[in-house]
Design a protein around this ligand. Structure first.
Ligand SMILES: [Zn+2]
Length: 400
């Protein structure tokens, strides 16, 4: 609670300082200074119900998204597709005040919420789609499970017919609840197959008395279907690559496999060659660039905050991460380039290559796969895999 209060105070102080800076005309000056830099906005999901309250770093409400677009249009930004912007940027021919809108992952709500809003305004966007859950329709296990824990009023529950090594009573709130929840997620992702994960999700929802059918019917945590991708691709939404299982391995062969599978699935749907990429969960490193180039990738977007100039590496494009918990002033400070100039000044003063100070946008984005999938091991050494390549059934579990 104390940490939560201090976060609110810090945010209020930051907003007060930004208000003062804007009043002094610094936003206006910043926009002129940075007008030749490319702004790339980054979004993820768009809430249909209360998802923006559940994960404000991942989902944004339609109302706030429209306000953002109002602000962008009021500033007179020139909005263009990523491919055009990147090409102009590298040739030094970028129009002043250019801006790109990117959306990561390919949630169904992009088609339901964002696409009609963008279409009404004639705004192009680039959508990076991860394909596993497009192929295997259904809610993304780890996000849906987290939502059940967040949504319930029950402090604990029991799972019937669960394997013997798991605690009989599972807590849902506080640190212990978080611990139990992640153990369940690890279990589902490392041991179960997709059918097993669905069954587990059903058991948890029933135990917590939450209407999973409603969540499934509204596709709150589903990705797009092929026909929806096709429709958007034909209407100013540029579909691009985001790996098959939303993970960014280190080994060359595994990177190739993720991109090849992603491409093999998406290209027949959209009908064009895909050359633009977005690092899942922002996992970007220079060592991966040669492999990306071999895969025919021309640009790659990161989750690193900032603006882009002709000197920016095209395989490490910076973005402005916009989300529900970014205040209107914080958004405006990023949009005008004020924060970029502030970050540059801080870098010069401290000698550190900081991109998150003093505006720490929480990189919750995409943690639904990568956070655990690559780096962690279970207690007994079972590797955690990505979105859904688990093996076996609950009855075959040896250890968690
Ligand atoms: Zn992602």
């Amino acid at each position: 609670m104390a940490r939560f209060s201090s976060r609110i105070i810090t945010k209020n102080i930051r907003n007060a300082v930004l208000y003062l800076c804007k009043s002094l005309g610094l936003f206006w000056v910043s926009r002129i200074i940075t007008k030749r830099s490319l702004r790339i906005l980054c979004y993820h999901g768009f809430s249909q119900r209360d998802e923006h309250l559940f994960r404000p770093g991942l989902f944004i409400s339609p109302r706030l998204f429209m306000r953002r677009l109002d602000k962008i249009e009021a500033y007179g930004f020139h909005i263009l597709p990523l491919a055009d912007a990147a090409d102009q940027l590298t040739r030094g021919a970028l129009k002043p005040n250019s801006l790109v809108i990117t959306i990561d992952d390919g949630f169904y709500n992009v088609h339901k919420i964002a696409y009609p809003i963008l279409a009404r305004r004639g705004i192009p966007a680039t959508l990076f789609v991860t394909s596993y859950y497009v192929k295997h329709n259904g809610p993304i296990f780890r996000i849906a499970l987290q939502y059940l824990f967040w949504k319930t009023h029950h402090g604990h529950f029991r799972l019937p017919k669960f394997h013997p090594n798991y605690p009989a009573v599972i807590k849902t709130k506080g640190i212990l609840g978080r611990h139990d929840m992640w153990r369940l997620i690890d279990y589902g992702e490392s041991i179960l197959n997709e059918k097993g994960r669905r069954e587990l999700l059903r058991s948890v929802a029933d135990a917590l008395e939450i209407d999973l059918d409603g969540i499934t019917k509204e596709r709150l945590f589903d990705l797009l279907k092929a026909n929806e991708i096709r429709e958007m691709a034909a209407n100013r939404v540029d579909i691009q690559l985001h790996t098959h299982r939303h993970r960014m391995p280190e080994e060359k062969q595994n990177i190739r496999e993720e991109i090849d599978k992603n491409r093999e699935f998406l290209e027949p749907i959209v009908g064009y060659n895909m050359e633009h990429f977005c690092y899942p969960s922002g996992v970007c490193s220079e060592e991966r660039w040669p492999t990306l180039r071999e895969c025919g990738i021309k640009t790659a977007c990161t989750c690193e905050g900032g603006l882009n100039t002709p000197r920016t590496e095209t395989l490490a494009l910076k973005r402005i991460l916009d989300m529900q918990n970014v205040s209107p002033l914080e958004f405006e400070a990023e949009l005008t380039g004020f924060m970029e100039l502030l970050r540059s000044a801080l870098r010069m003063l401290t000698g550190r290559n900081s991109t998150s100070v003093p505006y720490p946008a929480p990189i919750e984005t995409g943690s639904w796969i990568e956070k655990n999938a690559l780096s962690r091991k279970t207690a007994r050494g079972t590797s955690i895999v990505g979105i859904g390549e688990g093996k076996g059934k609950p009855g075959k579990v040896k250890a968690i």
